[in-house]
Design a binder for this molecule. Structure first.
Ligand code: SAM
Length: 176
């Protein structure tokens, strides 16, 4: 089980980037995303993506993040440019345990640095939570996200030219 916790989400300012964090989490092998601030629009958007492109993937907003972290039973990773080198950290994370990955938006309170089992950097330079999460999950899953089957109503087949899209029309109509 891989769970992503997005903290410091500001509804107006972060709506696009938090949506991208959700989409990256879903694509790169996480089972769920939890967001501290209640945001119905993001929940609707991501559930709509799952309905069309498949799942399973759970999204929930309005989470008490600190309580959630304190109760987490598995490993806790916090992605931050101040953390341990990815190459070193990745070898130490026990893949048999549930994993909670924390990503910030605005400044992350220091408490989370202490609650994490390991603070992990994807390079010690500031960049983006979207990039940090994608690179981290790719490394953590050894690229196995590429084989994930989504069972969606819209299936995109790899194509060297143009777009090859299959739509299971009946099922799409039934769900509307
Ligand atoms: N200034 C904020 C702070 O000091 O916590 C961080 C803002 S940054 C745009 C948002 C999030 O991106 C961070 O909380 C972190 O999760 C992630 N991030 C940015 N650069 C990173 C890096 N080099 N390695 C890992 N995560 C990074």
């Amino acid at each position: 089980m891989i769970s992503i916790l997005r903290i410091g989400h500001r509804i107006r300012r972060d709506k696009r980037i938090t949506t991208h964090v959700c989409l990256v989490a879903r694509m790169f092998g996480a089972d769920e995303i939890l967001i501290d601030t209640k945001d119905d629009r993001i929940e609707e958007n991501i559930r709509s993506v799952c309905k069309r492109f498949g799942g399973p993937f759970h999204v929930q907003t309005g989470i008490n993040a600190l309580q959630y972290v304190k109760k987490w039973k598995g490993t806790i990773v916090h992605l931050t440019m101040y953390g341990e080198k990815l190459n070193t950290a990745i070898k130490e994370i026990d893949k048999t345990k549930d994993l909670l990955v924390i990503v910030g938006a605005e400044k992350v309170p220091f408490e989370y640095y202490e609650l994490a089992d390991i603070n992990v950097s994807v390079g010690n330079q500031p960049h983006s939570e979207v990039a940090a999460l994608a690179v981290f999950l790719d490394r953590h899953t050894n690229g196995s996200w590429q084989e994930k089957i989504f069972n969606g109503k819209i299936i995109i087949n790899p194509s060297r030219k143009g777009k090859d899209v299959q739509t299971l029309e009946d099922e799409l109509d039934d769900s509307l």
